[in-house]
Design a protein around this ligand. Structure first.
Ligand code: NAP
Length: 458
């Protein structure tokens, strides 16, 4: 693990360093979190609705400050940071409006008596989150658990400590009780220590396979429920009947939004041969028209990567792909800057034995595959250790729906790139993890479905 530091990837200059949490801070967070859980158990979800609405309002009020902090720390375009804050406002409001009703007891049909199950809080949840959407990843866990009544201990990524602190501050300022969300700058050993504590009842991690495997192991060892939202190598399938206008619109940012650092970004572009050349040239057109620059500037369309280390890692993966037979169809020209910029690349001819075939390339690299028909497209799509998102571009919606059911991923978008909204479940299968965030499914992730049955009449 690296130190907790904010480094502006546009300048590669250090903004601020942060100290790791002390043992006393960890103990205080656990004590306060557990006390809050016990208090919340005596209340109803609707009692917390108003505060969650106030939190949504406070993020609205602090929209620009929150967005600027995220752009300063991980380099994303300011316009995308603003969109991220707006999405989080909607997530908080969604659970404030719908959470209490979703948490009503469910009646069960049985001949054995009067039966129902309650949906109860379980205790403190530890959230380990990545830097790519510094606010959204946290709110996906925080908002539903706030309504359920589970306090959160947040361990954010080492490169977005300022965003972590500001998120905690905005939540507290809105009137949330102490310990609703406690940010701690934890080392990996301290994460294990927190997970093993009796007062912690669940672990949510969003991140890579590396982080997921380690934290899931700690959760398993301590019999704690966990959700894992991990990486993806998402197939983006273009069928022969794809509408040209739709295709152009979808390709315009499918691989470049957030500088390609989206778990569900369209990483493997799988094209039936009749449309292959057209897609390559369309992608080249999109990439060649990008404008690198200051992510705070509204004319910039190509942001730096989140860190120099990430840009170097991606470069090494591209070189490994080329050394193993892949071809470079296009590369963006040199970018003169001290920032962590990466020159977008289009790769073709990636064979099954190329080591990058089954890796996640987390940045603006389009891997384009040519296939003979839709059956071959499905086989290629499923030939991956990952199974997060997918897209199908076709004019025949019924055909798209039939194909969607054959793809081994947690999500499929027909005629669009990846998508997220409070009411839609988010998550994957295979090495993309398990469990779901958002929607009613996400709300239930750390709920105790407590059966109550009255058998006195039987
Ligand atoms: P990461 O290295 O796994 O980090 C995620 C979080 O886990 C960070 O807080 C990190 O802390 C912590 N962590 C990492 N290794 C750990 C370990 N061995 N023990 C304990 N904690 C550990 O992931 P990332 O590179 O920051 O994020 C990018 C990845 O996230 C990509 O693979 C992307 O696809 C995935 N992602 C998935 C989703 C989804 O919903 N499925 C959404 C967004 C991103 P440090 O920063 O201190 O190392």
């Amino acid at each position: 693990m690296s130190k907790y530091e904010s480094i502006n990837p546009y300048t590669n200059e250090l903004i601020k360093s942060y100290d790791n949490a002390t043992d006393a801070e960890i103990e205080n967070a656990l004590t306060a979190g557990h006390k809050l859980y016990l208090t919340w158990r005596k209340q109803q979800p609707k009692d917390r609705s108003k505060i969650l609405s106030a939190i949504a309002d406070n993020f609205k009020k602090n929209r620009e400050a929150m967005a600027k902090m995220m752009t300063d720390e991980m380099g994303k375009l300011y316009s995308e940071s603003l969109e991220e804050v707006d999405l989080c406002v909607n997530i908080c409001q969604y659970y404030a409006d719908h959470g209490p009703q979703m948490l009503e007891p469910t009646t069960l049909k049985t001949d054995l008596g009067n039966a129902y199950y309650l949906k109860q809080a379980t205790g403190i949840i530890m959230a380990c989150e990545p830097w790519n959407f510094p606010l959204y990843q946290v709110i996906r866990v925080f908002a539903p658990n706030f309504i359920v009544g589970n306090p959160i201990i947040l361990k954010h990524a080492h490169n977005v400590p300022g965003s972590a602190e500001l998120t905690e501050k905005i939540i507290r300022q809105a009137g949330a009780p102490e310990a609703s969300l406690t940010n701690l700058f934890l080392s990996y050993d301290q994460i294990d220590q927190v997970i093993s504590d009796m007062r912690v009842q669940g672990v949510a991690l969003t991140g890579s396979e590396r982080g997921g495997a380690s934290v899931a192991q700690a959760a398993g060892k301590n019999i704690k429920k966990s959700t894992m939202e991990l990486g993806g190598n998402d197939p983006f399938i273009i069928l022969d009947d794809a509408d040209t206008h739709t295709l152009r619109k979808v390709l315009s940012d499918a691989r470049t939004y957030n500088c390609g650092q989206v778990c569900t970004s369209s990483k493997r572009i799988i094209v039936v041969e009749s449309r292959y050349q057209e897609v390559l040239h369309e992608l080249q057109n999109v990439f060649a028209n990008l404008k690198p620059g200051n992510p705070m500037d509204k004319n910039t369309t190509l942001a730096p990567m989140n860190s120099q280390k990430a840009a170097d890692k991606l470069q090494a993966q591209v070189e490994k792909g080329l050394e193993n037979g892949s071809k470079m169809f296009y590369q963006f020209p040199e970018i003169k800057s001290n920032g962590a910029f990466f020159r977008p690349v289009i790769l073709t001819d990636i064979s099954h034995d190329n080591p990058i075939y089954n890796e996640e390339l987390f940045g603006p690299v389009a891997e384009v595959y040519k296939v003979k028909d839709e059956q071959a497209a499905i086989e290629l799509a499923n030939d991956s250790s990952f199974g997060l998102g997918s897209s199908i571009i076709t004019s025949d919606i019924k055909r798209g729906q039939e194909l969607a059911a054959q793809i081994e991923t947690g999500m499929t978008v027909i005629n669009g790139r990846w998508i997220t909204a409070p009411e839609l479940p988010f998550g994957g299968v295979k090495k993309s993890g398990y469990g779901r965030e958002l929607s009613e499914l996400g709300l239930m992730a750390f709920v105790n479905e407590h059966l109550v049955i009255d058998v006195s009449q039987n």
